[in-house]
Design a protein around this ligand. Sequence first.
Ligand code: KIV
Ligand code: ZN
Length: 566
Amino acid sequence: MKSGCQKYIPFTPISLPDRTWPDRQITQPPVWCSVDLRDGNQALVDPMNLQEKLEYFHTLLDLGIKEIEIGFPSASETEYEICRELIDGGHIPDDVTIQVLVQAREHLIRRTFEAIQGAKNVILHFYNSTSTLQRKVVFHADMDGITKIATDAADLIYEMSQPMIQAGMNLRFEYSPESFMGTEMDYAVEICQAVLDHLHATPENKVILNLPSTVENCMPNYFADEIEYFIRKLPSRDCAIISLHPHNDRGCGVATAEMGLLAGAERIEATLFGNGERTGNVDIVTLAMNMWTQGVDPGLDFSDMNKIKEMYERTTKMPVGDRQPYAGKLVFTAFSGSHQDAINKGTQWMAEHDSGYWEVPYLPIDPADVGRQYEPIIRINSQSGKGGAAYIMQQNFGYDLPKAMHPEFGAIVQKETERLGTELLPQQIFELFDKEYLSIPKIYQLERHRLHEDARHGVASAVVFDGEVSYRGKVMTASGEGNGPIDAFFNALHDLPEGHIEGYEFVDYKEHAISSGSDTQAVCYIHLKDPKGQDVFGVGKSHNINRASLRAILCAINRSLLTAQE
Ligand code: KIV
Ligand code: ZN
């Protein structure tokens, strides 16, 4: 892009210096209306067939959505048939309202009335374009001409609706001044008020005024100003439900919807995962879950996000991105070491404190809320830090590595990720641990041993080690005495006739039980300093706790000798 942006006309915001919306908060959910089956469907390369639409419709019901725009029945035979199948097939629960869209044109309105015969609850949604640009380049009409299109349609709709309402249909009306965002606000108020009048709206029979950002062409705060201004100026405010229909051309659909709610809107039209024309409609999942994370129950059920995602991807043939908020494959996964460490600490903190709140850094939401508890939160690649691999060993395999050992094992894992150039899966991490610690080649090996402990009240206990240790395959007897099994074994190694071990210093030790099925074993971690003062760790595992610690000592020594040989 070398030049040329001067060809774009910047948006002119309205002046609203006494705006109040920035100081408000969202404390309750809006009325949700799904437009997946209309705006979403009309934007698909291959629109859904009847079966797919029905499945989608039932998913929307399961989510708890009560107003669903099912299509544009006057637009094609297929759309008409789908509308009829939903009504005649008994798919619509009594507490759910279907919405049908129609342009403000007589023959289409008449056809739409045919399509909704027999339904219990219906919103008849009609629209015409009102923006400055559309009036100029598409309709070649002035404001009065555009208003007449809307009011003529309103008159016809009102007239045609009366017998149906009298026959018991709960039929409501919705009007959209299409391209509202780019319409002069005083004119938007004028045309909407005219429509309210022609539809005989009252506080008891409110009309939905749906204010779309058909093309999102300004920042969300400017849009919020428009909404606050519109609401203030609308004479029959009490006869209208203010609805928003944000698109996402600037990538701000969610912010536009949220700020619009602050500015006084009461209803939102949206789609799952933001499907819809061009960059899509606003994403209902993100909107609802954003409320959830602020302690506001959106009244929608996203507890099985993977199921919803699977249905969506199959029926729309559109993928949900790996980074899609709340739903993407990677959104609950931390690769970065410092993030992993903080998540680890947050999880521990929550286990130790019963605050009743979700307090885990880097995870704005408990993955379990959207049914994602079973996948690894922490995944290991070359960017991961020392704590990540230890977390995997603990969470997946029950090995609780001492903190001081995390850097050593973390470095081993990192080297392997760099060598492979890919992520390491938990099983691969365990195999690395096994190779590095449990199945390390044995320069020294414990063949047999007996420990004798002489413990008397008030006197430091004395332990005698007596056994056989092999060095490079040659078996030797070994014995030593100390204040505990580890000390006694160390002394025995020191006195070996061949390959005696010198210069190692014991630093620390940790052990715990580890179970798999009915089998429980002890795992011991030993921290030594080698003769050069370098830290080295060993791990031993056995059904016998002493044997586990003696194995861990030899493991550390074997590892240090093998490193020296490399
Ligand atoms: O985006 C839009 O303006 C629409 C209208 C028909 C509501 O989809
Ligand atoms: Zn739209």
